[in-house]
Ligand binder design. Sequence first.
Ligand SMILES: Cc1cc2nc3c(=O)[nH]c(=O)nc-3n(C[C@H](O)[C@H](O)[C@H](O)COP(=O)(O)O)c2cc1C
Length: 363
Amino acid sequence: MTTPTPGPLALGPFQLPNRLFVAPMAGVTDRPFRVLCKKLGAGYAVSEMVTSRKDLWNSLKTSRRANHEGEPAPISVQIAGTEAAMMAEAAAYNIDRGAQIIDINMGCPAKKVCNKWAGSALMQDEPLALEIIEAVVAACAPRGVPVTLKMRTGWCQAEKNAVALARAAESAGIAMVTVHGRTREQGYTGQAEYDTIAAVKAALRIPVVANGDIDSPRKAREVLAATGADAIMVGRAAQGRPWIFAEIAHFLATGEELPAPRIADAKRWLVEHLHDHYSLYGELTGMRSARKHIGWAVRALPGGEDFRRRMNLLESCEAQVDALSGWLDALADEHDRLPYLAALDAANDEQDQDEDQERRLTA
Ligand SMILES: Cc1cc2nc3c(=O)[nH]c(=O)nc-3n(C[C@H](O)[C@H](O)[C@H](O)COP(=O)(O)O)c2cc1C
């Protein structure tokens, strides 16, 4: 079965090339990682959240988050906060620094801002959520900048207000809504559910994006079918596997799974990403924060866990790049493509079954 190839999607003045998005993840989807995902098939990426607290805008962390150099358009920046006027100011500040789309975070348990929890906590207070949405839209609309909203299904199981909030947001001028199929109370536990996302989709005219637990091309197709969503957003599964977007696109178009990437290609992409990462963060911070990306890239490969432990002891960017390159070269002596452990296990199971059958037939 194939799914009609999801074509471009209009978002305000922008045509997104496809409907496969990278989820905003603080500490992960910085500019180098977004560029990598876009290069490998993602049609759209949202920045890590930027606080609405002015006193933090000059901090190194926030200014790195506002760095969009070399990122293919549209540049989408997520803002988080609890106060409407501050959120409107944060939107304007980020537009001045290159943001072409502003995303409001009501999806992630953002850290305390002004002694209140921002992000998904706002779903508990619909009037405040709406006040923020209206203020941000009012700041962005005159500048032709679309405002999008990321939310969860609700505050808790008994209070799933995603449909009501999404409807109100649409009326207030929001251009696209993303729903993570969990409540705020759930955190990341349990499984994402897609019925609420389907209900949001059915209730709105603007594009709706489905998010939560999409970790394979097949799951992407299931979620699209279950929700009728206009697009899907992938977070954790893209960590260490940024080519998942190309894999999903191929599967939706053909109904066939792409083979894993060639090791030589994966090495080139990962090493380029590391250099881009170091250039944003500098030697020391870059070397430390790159460890998680390398760890994710090798975790599903044979010997990956052992390599990760050794790599974590290295203390320079050059040593990291050399170690990863050498390790992948050694893997390439035995395999052409990334030998994912799950695929090796499945192949072994199949071989065992074939051998069992052969034994039975020849017994
Ligand atoms: C490390 C991490 C950081 C995250 N940071 C943000 C964030 O800054 N803003 C946001 O809206 N959601 C954030 N999220 C939530 C993701 O965008 C996404 O909704 C969630 O991970 C579910 O999607 P997934 O199952 O594909 O990972 C974060 C998730 C993770 C794992």
